[in-house]
Design a protein around this ligand. Structure first.
Ligand SMILES: Cc1cc2nc3c(=O)[nH]c(=O)nc-3n(C[C@H](O)[C@H](O)[C@H](O)COP(=O)(O)O)c2cc1C
Length: 327
């Protein structure tokens, strides 16, 4: 049962606002897969999150490919394809196969599966398929595959939700209950330090996201502005790679910023912030800073200084990767 009321921030006829429609579809989190096919001359592959299981007996799966994809013809002509489910350390692989690169397979290690389709090394799972059926579905072709062989490795999947990559973590409520079903969920006093960090992050992320959408400061928009602020001019592909964003979300966001005059285009394909774009970014930062002040208003300033020092030490400690935090 939900414990809070959510306002509808956008909606209506999908044709009236296709971007809002896509954002609503993005509310459904998925994994990320690379779908490959032997191709006629050279192998082809695309990043896809439209993968879904269909049937256990017979073993069928499906995914859909956009008619505009340059690989569409290769998948239409081939009798085989393979689904490679990515692990959480394979964001780079996802970005490579979502790019306009003509030589995607030189960017990753791979080998051929039994049907000849490329299998990406170190993927979390693969399904080597014979193409069973193709159905036209609007601007996509739905491909149904019969799984001839599959493989699974241990690890955690790469997740994709609301236009950005993520990892899967146990929900704090479920994790706490699972830890000891005999007792009530432990109070905050009983939680170890790392669980407190996870709980605080979860609370902050959910609150902030709600505020952001109400003020129409989307995460993707913030990242696009931050990316162009750090380095410009950039192509849409460079921006998507640099900020770990879905290229289509980047295109949508750039188009909105272009229309609002926040972004200017150079040489027909490179983007940079205009003065009003820089101003928009400053407004977002101020908005977030006000939000932070509100959230922390009841906390003793001296405690905050210590907490900040502890978190910084934790994030830069010997066992931590470099934090890559963007507002
Ligand atoms: C997370 C993610 C999921 C995607 N899912 C799909 C999909 O299901 N179907 C599709 O046609 N394109 C999807 N795309 C976009 C393609 O990967 C992208 O258009 C790619 O450039 C196609 O390659 P191609 O033009 O070389 O064929 C997705 C991209 C990302 C980043």
């Amino acid at each position: 049962m939900a414990d809070k009321t959510r306002l509808i921030v956008e909606g209506g006829d999908p044709a009236a606002d296709p971007k809002a429609f896509r954002r609503a579809l993005g509310s459904f989190p998925t994994g990320v897969s690379i779908i490959t096919t032997p191709g006629l001359d050279a192998p082809a592959g695309v990043t896809a999150n439209s993968f879904a299981s269909v049937s256990l007996d017979p073993p069928l799966v499906l995914w859909s490919i956009a008619h505009t994809s340059r690989s569409h013809a290769a998948f239409r002509q081939s009798a085989h394809f393979a689904i490679n489910i990515l692990a959480d350390d394979q964001v780079g692989v996802s970005q490579a196969f979502a790019s306009a690169s003509y030589d995607k397979f030189s960017l990753v290690d791979w080998h051929r599966g039994g049907t000849g389709s490329p299998l990406i090394d170190n993927a979390l799972a693969y399904f080597d398929c014979v193409c069973e059926a193709r159905h036209e579905g609007g601007d996509h072709t739905i491909m149904i595959g019969r799984v001839i062989e599959f493989g699974r490795s241990e690890g955690s999947p790469l997740a994709f939700s609301q236009g950005r990559y993520g990892i899967t973590l146990d929900h704090p409520e479920v994790a706490a209950k699972a830890r000891d079903r005999k007792f009530e969920e432990p109070g905050l006093d009983e939680l170890p330090f790392l669980s407190l960090i996870a709980k605080a992050h979860y609370k902050e992320d959910a609150d902030l996201e709600e505020r952001r959408s109400a003020a129409r400061y989307t995460q993707v928009g913030s990242k696009v502005l931050a990316g162009l602020y750090q380095s410009a001019p950039l192509t849409a592909d460079e921006l998507a790679r640099r900020m770990y964003l879905d290229r289509r979300e980047v295109d949508d966001s750039l188009n909105e910023f272009l229309a609002d005059g926040h972004v200017a285009i150079f040489d027909g394909h490179r983007f940079a912030l205009t003065e009003s774009g820089k101003q928009r970014r400053r407004q977002m930062i101020e908005y977030l800073s006000r939000y932070q002040d509100e959230q922390l208003a009841d906390i003793n300033p001296a405690d905050l200084i210590v907490a900040t020092r502890v978190l910084k030490a934790f994030l830069t400690g010997p066992h931590q990767g470099k934090p890559d935090l963007h507002i």
